[in-house]
Design a binder for this molecule. Structure first.
Ligand code: GLN
Length: 489
């Protein structure tokens, strides 16, 4: 593997600025790796022509000393972000060959800082899933393997599985992702990466294909905490085109990054710890010890509404999805299957265009929003959501950051859990709460399981506490000494 692929994003930015190599050289190294790792199915569209054009333009700027913060840096883009002139499908058949006439704000922010687009990454259809197996383009493979059975194919997690596999296998230096109930953090944990879902509203949702609008947030998948800091500050920012965009100054997380938790109070919620497997329990205990050794105070806390978060999520998310996905009718976008009447056209298009999981969510969502069930399910779920918000607010009057495992297990097999949607939903047990409350949540690699697979620890903070999360994650990163860079070649 080329040494260029072993650099972190932050180091690559520095080396490009110092003219140690060019963006074209770096981009070509990534394009070659994408070709050699194509079997992982991490990309659904490679854009080498665009990448090399952008890299050449970046080199001209770098040559003149006019490089911007991500000048010449090759990234993978989740196929959920609309990219002007580049096919965008959310990995659904129903979007067919949709070529957006506009650019999402998050990707525009990245291009404005000089980033290079390697291609669009695979994902669960409309971001519904935890394994990437619901993609119309087929499953993605995790580059990590069980020691006991290296030929057994594992999922990279989902829904941002293509982005995670791409970064873990050095097919992108970093990637964009999105998280509605855990889709940044869970793949980060499964692939040994750093992933942050920021405070709701920090990244604009404009031009992101909607799943559940009150929960969706964009964020990065990277190999290091410093890379995540740089990526997030490059993606985020107020957007007047988006009604829920936060009008706040985005701090320079990278410049302020220091592995320092002295005096911070770290909460361990009882409700997240009572049924952990022995290995996940020791992982959490490692995390507590590392933070304590670095000067933090560890406190037990209680988040009593935790058991209700997942069932509530699976009412609210499908409800919003059923409304958002009503727009795919065969008339305005993507694929169409004709019919004798307009109703037939809708029915034929949606029957052929959506996969099973998406249909399941539309059915659940339509049911919980229907007259007669609306009060019993949807309104009740909204009330529980408010209790979850209050629970966190209470907890954060006592502690600064909450520490939990990211997932209950390491990556599972591509063929496991396929037939049991509820077992699949349980993957998100630790991650959905942050989306329900709009809070920032981050996963940082913390260790390996007994079979050599990555495990992550999750940090949750109050709204806009991203800097605390980065600084806390940096302590875990240093203590865990996790083998990230150049590991999976
Ligand atoms: N796995 C969860 C779901 O299927 C979360 C997905 C996501 O965050 N996009 O809904």
């Amino acid at each position: 593997m080329s040494d260029l692929l072993k650099l972190s994003l932050v180091d690559a930015v520095k080396a490009l600025t110092e003219k140690k190599f060019t963006s074209v050289e770096l981009t070509k190294a990534y394009l070659a790796q994408m070709e050699s790792k194509r079997a992982l199915n991490a990309y659904v569209l490679e854009t080498p022509g665009i990448a090399l054009d952008q890299a050449k333009a970046a080199d001209i700027r770098l040559q003149k000393g006019e490089g911007r913060t991500l000048e010449g840096i090759p990234l993978g883009i989740k196929d959920l972000f609309c990219t002007k002139g580049i096919r965008t499908t959310a990995c659904s058949k129903i979007l067919g060959n949709f070529i957006p006439p506009y650019e999402s704000t998050v990707t525009q922010n990245l291009w404005d800082k000089g980033a290079v687009c390697l291609g669009k990454t695979n994902m669960d259809e409309f971001a519904m899933g935890s394994s990437n197996i619901t993609s119309y383009f087929g499953p993605v493979e995790n580059p990590w393997k069980r020691r006991s059975d290296p030929s057994f194919k594992l999922v990279p997690g989902g829904s941002s599985g293509g982005s995670a596999s791409a970064v873990a296998a050095s097919m992108a230096i970093a990637a964009t992702a999105s998280d509605t109930g855990g889709s940044i953090r869970q793949p980060a944990a499964f692939c040994g990466l750093v992933g942050i879902k920021p405070t709701y509203g920090l990244c604009s949702r404009w031009g992101m294909i909607a799943f559940a609008s009150s929960l969706d947030q964009a964020g990065p998948l990277t190999r290091t905490v410093a890379d995540a800091a740089l990526m997030l500050q490059s993606m985020a920012g107020f957007d007047e085109k988006e009604a829920t965009s936060l009008n706040v100054e985005i701090p320079n997380y990278l410049a302020n990054l220091k592995a320092d938790v002295k005096g911070l109070k770290i909460g361990i919620p009882l409700e997240y710890t009572d049924k952990l497997s022995p290995r996940i329990r020791t992982l959490l205990e490692d995390g507590m010890r590392w933070l304590k050794d670095a000067g933090a105070e560890i406190r037990e806390i209680s988040l009593k509404t935790t058991p209700y978060a997942l069932p509530t999520y699976y009412i609210i998310a499908p409800a919003e999805a059923s409304a958002n996905l009503a727009r795919y009718d065969g008339v305005r976008y993507g694929a169409r299957v004709d019919g004798a009447s307009l109703d037939d056209l809708y029915e034929n298009t949606r029957t052929a265009g959506f996969g099973d999981e998406v249909k399941r969510r539309i059915m659940i969502g339509t049911y919980v929003l229907s007259a007669g069930y609306y009060d019993a399910y949807y309104i009740r779920a909204q009330k529980v959501r408010q209790l979850i918000v209050q629970d966190f607010a209470r907890a954060f009057s006592d502690v600064d950051v909450i520490l939990t495992p990211t997932t209950p297990t390491a990556a599972f097999g591509i063929d496991e859990k396929v037939t049991d949607p509820v077992a699949m939903y349980l993957n998100d047990i630790f991650t959905v709460t942050a989306n329900m409350a709009g809070l920032p949540g981050m996963s940082v690699p913390a260790g390996l399981d007994d079979d050599g697979l990555p495990l992550g620890l999750q940090l949750i903070g109050p709204a806009l506490s991203e800097q605390h999360l980065f600084n806390t994650a940096a302590v875990i990163e240093a203590a865990a000494n996790f083998p990230v860079l150049g590991q999976k070649d």
